[in-house]
Structures are given as structure tokens and as C-alpha cells.
Design a binder for this molecule. Structure first.
Ligand code: ATP
Ligand code: MG
Length: 402
């Protein structure tokens, strides 16, 4: 287990972040790196997005950094963004969240000058540590020990914390998948008991956590845990993915759309579309996931199958064919058939266009129908894809249609 000294932690903090902290110190204020970046440093991972917590009130932070670009992002919540060396750094005043009456938003926030109080409002012990070069590590809830044990543990009483903000339940499963951590027993019990609170959380926020979970390395175990603990229905309604889908999802590329499509492969088309809509996924995510679901049901054995498949599934073919192989619809060799195929698979790739068909006497709706027929012919035999062959073929098809 990587167990960095204060010196080693400091070495991982970029110079411009250290200089912000030094400016605070010279102004008589405390400041710490907090949250994910510190957690990742302690794990020996590459940190990103350094968030700072400070004793300084937002107005004063703006004053201290008056010669930098300052965006007063969320003054009410104590957050100021200071742009140093083109990097926007979020700096938040030590804060205590007021009581939560709606499982979502604290009724009010108040500021404190005590870092330990700020850490106590945070979700998990491994996210509730702080570090500064002159104070060292502040770890009132045993985050470092839990990192060593690879455990996610709620700060304080799990049920109370999940009642305050049910999104933390999703975050627990997401972090568990992302970090490969177990969820500590009482925390997991709390998640199970408080799952219903997720009904009050904005669907977009649930979606964002869920998609991050799906694209994590440890997704299978986390999904199993969600299924066993009755959390999945709050995310995907009545849909219950099979154990095969859950265990094989890690074999899909870690792309969000690839994973979402595969996750929903056991659903009927309408059900899958309904789930995606209810999660308020983006249109791109919806189109991609639905293409993968469609492709996963098809089998590809020959080159012509592969071309038909690409024509049907489009740009998501490389993910869809993996899904089809994992679900036993296509042989392993199909992956190469699809990936190596560069024969024309869409109307746009035909060597004759609708406009050219119009020039040689085709008109109206007929043009679209002929183009589709030409594509079907080219998919069976790519050698036909030349302007001469296609214009002859087009006339033949027209004759046949009479
Ligand atoms: P990452 O950015 O890698 O997803 P993170 O831990 O930095 O992980 P953020 O969402 O960026 O997660 O939040 C930063 C910190 O704010 C967290 O580490 C945690 O201390 C606190 N936090 C975020 N969301 C919540 C929440 N819903 N309840 C309590 N604390 C939270
Ligand atoms: Mg973060």
C-alpha cells in the first residue's frame, strides 16, 4: 500500500495550487486541498481538479486574488473560482450545511473557521481529509485507514447522511466501482434502507453518477450490490439485467455509451428507450445505446452480414458487435469481420447520388427507394459500387418494379 509522507503529498501538488495556498497563509487564512484530488494522491493515482477549502470568507478570497481572474461562482455557497495559469480552481469557504428537509438541498449553509467541521459534512471518510503543507494531513474520520482497507464508509451515521442527500447512495456505488472498494456494512445497510430517497433526486444527477459507475473498471460488482440491495429500481425502474449482462459488462470498452447499451441488452426496445428517456440521457447517448441494443440481437457470420450490420448500426458497430459476441449471437471472428470492413454500408457511400439518379431520369420518391435497393445490392457485392454499374442496375431495378 502506498503511504505517502507529507513531503510526498506536497510534491504531487502543482506549483500554482501551492502558490494559492501560500497567498492565503500570508493573508492569515488557512487553506487545504480537499476531496478527490487528495484522495487520489493518497492512493498513488494521478490527481485532477484540485479543490481548495479555506477559512477565508468568499468576499475576502476575491480581495486576496484581486489581481487574478476571479469568478464569483456560488458566493452563497461560499465558492469562488480563481483562474491561475489558465486553470480554474474552485475555492470554497469552510462550511457547515444546515438541516435538510427535502433530501436534496440544505436549508442553508453557514461558514465556519474550523476545517474539521467542514470535513464532517462530506460524504465518505476517504473524501473527508484535508492537506496543507504547513498543517499536514487533517483526517478526523480515519480516511487514511479506510483507503488502506479499501473501504467506503459514510462520515457519521449512514442513514442520517443518506436522508440528508440521497445522491450520496449513488456516489457510494459509483466510488465503489471506480476505486474497487467495498462498501462498509453499516453504510451499505443505510443505503438499502434509504434507497427510496433517490425518488427525490433530479434524474440528471442520478444519470450522471450511474453513467460514471457504468464506465468504471469495477462496474460488475457494484451493479450486483445495487441489485441485491434494492437500489436498481430507483435508477432503471422494473428492469432487471441478467447476471450474465452484469458479469460481462466489464468486457465491453469502458465508453459510457457502449456500457449503457450493453447494460440494457436484456430489455425490449420500448422498455430500453423508456429507461433512457427517464434517465434524461443526452440524445447522442440515446441513439448510441439503442443502436448497440439493436446490433446486439443480430448475428454476423459472413462479410455480407458484416456490411448489413454496419449499415444498420452505423458508427456504433464496433461496440454493438462486441455485445453480439458476448451475448453469444455472433462468433468471436465477427469482431474482425466488422472492424476490418471498409466496404460501403450506407447510401452516402454509394458511387451514385440521388442527384445523379435525377439527372438520368429518376424522380421523386422513387429515388430514395432505388438508392436503398442499390445499397442492398452493393452490400451483397461491393464490386458493383461504380457509377456505371449502379446506373445500369438502377434502370434494371426500375424495370423490375413496373
Ligand atoms: P471525483 O471528482 O473524482 O469524482 P470527488 O471526490 O472530487 O471525486 P466531487 O463531486 O468533485 O467528488 O466532490 C468533491 C468533494 O466534495 C468530495 O470529495 C466530497 O468531500 C464532497 N462532496 C461532493 N458531493 C457531496 C455530497 N453529495 N455530499 C457530501 N459531500 C460531497
Ligand atoms: Mg472532484
Amino acid at each position: 500500500m502506498y503511504n505517502p509522507t507529507n513531503r510526498e503529498i506536497e510534491e504531487k501538488i502543482p506549483a500554482h495550487i501551492l502558490s494559492i495556498m501560500e497567498r492565503f497563509r500570508l493573508s492569515g487564512e488557512e487553506s487545504f486541498i480537499v476531496g478527490g484530488s487528495l484522495r487520489d494522491i493518497m492512493l498513488g493515482l494521478e490527481p485532477h481538479d484540485f479543490d481548495l477549502a479555506t477559512s477565508s470568507l468568499p468576499r475576502r478570497t476575491s480581495e486576496i486574488f484581486a489581481n487574478e481572474r476571479v469568478i464569483e461562482t456560488g458566493m452563497k455557497h461560499g465558492t469562488v473560482t480563481v483562474i491561475v495559469e489558465n486553470d480554474p480552481v474552485e475555492i470554497t469557504t469552510f462550511r457547515i450545511d444546515g438541516s435538510y428537509t427535502d433530501s436534496r438541498h440544505p436549508d442553508g449553509v453557514s461558514f465556519t473557521r474550523n476545517i474539521a467541521e467542514d470535513l464532517s459534512r462530506r460524504d465518505f471518510t476517504v473524501n473527508a481529509m484535508a492537506f496543507s503543507p504547513n498543517v499536514g494531513l487533517v483526517d478526523p474520520f480515519g480516511g487514511r485507514e479506510d483507503l488502506e482497507k479499501k473501504i467506503l464508509r459514510a462520515v457519521g451515521e449512514p442513514c442520517k447522511r443518506f436522508d440528508e442527500d440521497a445522491l450520496r447512495i449513488m456516489r457510494a456505488f459509483r466510488f465503489s466501482a471506480q476505486l474497487g472498494f467495498d462498501i462498509e456494512k453499516e453504510t451499505l445497510d443505510g443505503a438499502r434502507k434509504c434507497g427510496k430517497g433517490l425518488e427525490k433526486i433530479a434524474r440528471e444527477r442520478i444519470c450522471s453518477e450511474f453513467l460514471r459507475l457504468l464506465s468504471s473498471d469495477g462496474v460488475a460488482r457494484s451493479l450486483m450490490l445495487m441489485k441485491e440491495n434494492g437500489i436498481l429500481p430507483f435508477v432503471v425502474r422494473e428492469y432487471i439485467p441478467s447476471e450474465k449482462v452484469i458479469s460481462d459488462i466489464e468486457k465491453m470498452p469502458s465508453d459510457t455509451i457502449a456500457r449503457l447499451g450493453f447494460f440494457l441488452c436484456d430489455a425490449e426496445k420500448e422498455e430500453a428507450a423508456g429507461i433512457i428517456n427517464s434517465l434524461k440521457c443526452s440524445n447522442k447517448q440515446k441513439i448510441g445505446a439503442m443502436a448497440i441494443i439493436r446490433g446486439a440481437r443480430l448475428s454476423v457470420d459472413t462479410e455480407a452480414d458484416a456490411r448489413r450490420f454496419i449499415g444498420n448500426v452505423g458508427e456504433y458497430a464496433k461496440y454493438a458487435i462486441r455485445a453480439s459476441v458476448l451475448l453469444g449471437k455472433s462468433p468471436e471472428a465477427a469482431i474482425e469481420l466488422v472492424e476490418k470492413n471498409n466496404a460501403p454500408c450506407t447510401v452516402a457511400q454509394l458511387k451514385i447520388s440521388g442527384k445523379e439518379l435525377a439527372e438520368i431520369g429518376f424522380c421523386g420518391k422513387e429515388i430514395g427507394i432505388i438508392l436503398e435497393a442499390l445499397l442492398a445490392a452493393v452490400i451483397e457485392n461491393p464490386c458493383l459500387n461504380s457509377r456505371e454499374e449502379l446506373s445500369i442496375l438502377a434502370k434494371e431495378i426500375k424495370e423490375e418494379r413496373r
